[in-house]
Design a protein around this ligand. Structure first.
Ligand SMILES: [Zn+2]
Length: 192
């Protein structure tokens, strides 16, 4: 399973697909209004080049879709959900999911190999693990979302226990999980 996911991250088509999903989410957000003043939203993408992608990608991948309120003095920002960016993390969302999954049952040697390949250190990997089992399980999103899973998802095995609940091959499951997580990836930040 680990090698399958590693292949996926190095596959440009997979990243193109994630970008296409993000473009759809952005289209839906653009159709909305500013949540502060009901003003119109204008495109205000920001540059972000996440780490952990295993292949070369065009410059369109180094931007996060975002919108800014057109009303003077408001400048509210709407950043739609994303399958590529998980909040402000510097790594692609898929990596944050996959590393945690690969960590399960992996030998220390394999983990070292993997962290060298992707350029992520052990402390970061541990931090993500803590995030899954701490901040994620405590989030209002999960407090509601977990009710959809019967029997309950085992928190100690997150995110493995979660991805197991989705159907299909590795690619389909990963996409389903990223889609499921999308609501917690957006944000409403005031433009600076
Ligand atoms: Zn506004």
């Amino acid at each position: 399973m680990a090698s399958l996911y590693a292949t996926l991250l190095a596959d440009a088509r997979f990243h193109e697909l994630l970008l296409a999903f993000d473009a759809d989410l952005a289209d839906a957000a653009r159709a909305g209004r500013c949540r502060h003043c009901d003003g119109a939203l204008h495109s205000a993408k920001f540059k972000r080049k996440p780490r952990g992608r295993g292949c070369k990608l065009g410059p369109e991948h180094d931007q996060r879709f975002s919108f800014c309120c057109a009303v003077d003095g408001c400048r509210g920002r709407e950043t739609p959900a994303s399958l590529r960016f998980l909040g402000r993390r510097v790594y692609v969302a898929a990596i944050v999911v996959l590393i945690a999954i690969m960590r399960e049952g992996a030998t220390a040697a394999r983990m070292r190999q993997l962290s060298e390949l992707i350029g992520v250190n052990r402390r970061t990997i541990e931090r993500w693990r803590e995030w899954w089992r701490g901040a994620f399980t405590a989030s209002p999103f999960w407090q509601i979302g977990r009710a959809a899973f019967v029997p309950p998802v085992d928190h100690d095995r997150l995110p493995v226990s979660l991805i197991e609940r989705f159907n299909g091959g590795g690619r389909e499951r990963l996409l389903a999980l990223l889609r499921f997580l999308a609501p917690i990836t957006g944000g409403d930040r005031r433009a600076r």
